[in-house]
Unconditional design. Structure first.
Length: 419
């Protein structure tokens, strides 16, 4: 049988300039692939536009985020710093980091044998100087960076399996990733579509979250008009749209005013009280002291200390005794050194003498007696408990750091300035 000009074989073998003929798909197979791709694009576009049909796809089994939305008038977290809450995180860890290391091109270490764990109902804070590796560790936990060595699991799912990991983890990083031309509502619609959250559920969840974070009146405003504080709150709300059990924040309150910061603290505490796991980095030590049940101090990519804030304050903090007098500070300093050598050599701080002790509370009563016997008029005497900032400085040093440049030895790329 002779083939007519319109007949085509199942595959065509056409010679190429580089070598022998290659097999190409038939028109039928190609049309099938294009049809599937077009269908997926159209379904996504329709869904974002709100015109999808109920029968287009089964709804994902995602529930509305259950969180108490009433915000106290004072916006204050009602517990003492470092004391923890009803759930102290003593259960089975939901986040487990073991022997984690990351070495960037050029030999820069972002993490060096880090061990970390966080349990349901626990807030864990990662502290460290600039360039210590905090962001690198958090990015590896959420699967944005692959570790050089070590393992990370979230609810038993390895961090390298990003598709499964997304079901459990909500992420808010320093870089917001917001589109300035989109509104807050449109961001929620896109985020919900990416996570497979039904449109009705996403709408209800968005309304609740935006109201809780004081964003209700901005829902249809473009992000380009948002302040830094509004953008940070929107990013936090977007991280919660799929009701995650583990929430990872990289400096969640950076750039916020005191009122917005306390509002954020209140929300984080409520999320923790529901049994969620929260891991966050911060440069605000008061924030870690107030919120966290456990703190990890990172320096040069390594964990140099970890434990509840109260224990770190006790182990590495300093008691302080501040004294102001009428008259010469030099004379008073000599007198105190001679009569109370156990106080050590006090340092001058403006118009006061400050004595510190890492072992026990300084003898304030003895100091008052010495000054009274020497007829020195005492203007002020105050005793301060150890602070987390004192512990942090003792653990990481007081010098300003020179931050390592990642990929400093790499070449190429749009910003390459190689000679």
């Amino acid at each position: 049988m002779t083939a007519t000009p319109t007949d085509k074989p199942p595959t065509e073998n056409r010679p190429t300039e580089d070598g022998p003929a290659k097999s190409r798909p038939t028109d039928k197979r190609l049309r099938g692939r294009l049809s599937k791709a077009k269908t997926a694009v159209v379904q996504t576009a329709c869904r974002l536009a709100g015109c999808e049909e109920e029968s287009a796809a089964p709804k994902a089994e995602v529930q509305l985020l259950q969180i108490g939305m009433a915000v106290p008038a004072e916006g204050h977290v009602g517990r003492s710093p470092g004391t923890g809450g009803a759930n102290d995180g003593s259960g089975e860890p939901s986040v487990v980091v073991s022997n984690l290391s990351k070495v960037y091109p050029g030999g820069v270490k972002g993490a060096d044998n880090v061990d970390l764990h966080a349990a349901p109902g626990e807030i864990v804070s990662v502290l460290g100087p600039n360039g210590a590796g905090k962001s690198t560790i958090l990015n590896m936990i959420v699967g944005l960076i692959r570790p050089t060595h070590g393992e990370i699991t979230v609810h038993g799912v390895p961090s390298t399996d990003v598709r499964k990991l997304a079901r459990f983890v909500g992420v808010a990083l320093q870089s917001t990733g917001l589109d300035p031309s989109m509104t807050a509502r449109e961001h929620f619609e896109v985020q919900a579509a990416l996570y497979g959250v039904p449109k009705e559920t996403a709408t209800e969840c968005a309304s609740a979250l935006l109201a809780a974070l004081g964003l209700g009146e901005y829902v249809d405003r473009q992000v380009v008009h948002f302040s830094i504080g509004l953008q940070r709150r929107l990013v936090l709300a977007l991280a919660l749209v799929h009701d995650p059990q583990v929430i990872v924040f990289d400096e969640p309150t950076a750039g916020l005013d005191p009122q917005s910061r306390r509002l954020m603290w209140e929300l984080l505490e409520r999320l923790r009280s529901e049994g969620r796991t929260i891991v966050f980095s911060t440069q605000i030590l008061e924030e870690a002291d107030v919120l966290a049940q456990r703190v990890y101090v990172i320096d040069s990519g390594r964990v140099v200390a970890q434990g509840p804030p109260a224990e770190l304050r006790k182990a590495y903090g300093e008691h302080t005794l501040r004294v102001r007098i009428a008259g010469s500070l030099d004379r008073a300093q000599e007198l105190i050194a001679a009569k109370l050598p156990e106080l050590g050599e006090g340092r001058k701080d403006s118009d006061a003498l400050v004595f510190t002790s890492t072992e026990s509370r300084p003898d304030a009563d003895g100091l008052m007696k010495v000054l009274e016997e020497a007829d020195v008029e005492l203007l002020e005497l105050s005793v301060g408990r150890p602070s987390l900032e004192d512990a942090f400085v003792r653990l990481t040093g007081s010098a300003v750091r020179t931050e390592p440049l990642i990929n400093a030895n790499a070449s190429g790329g749009p910003l390459c300035r190689c000679q």
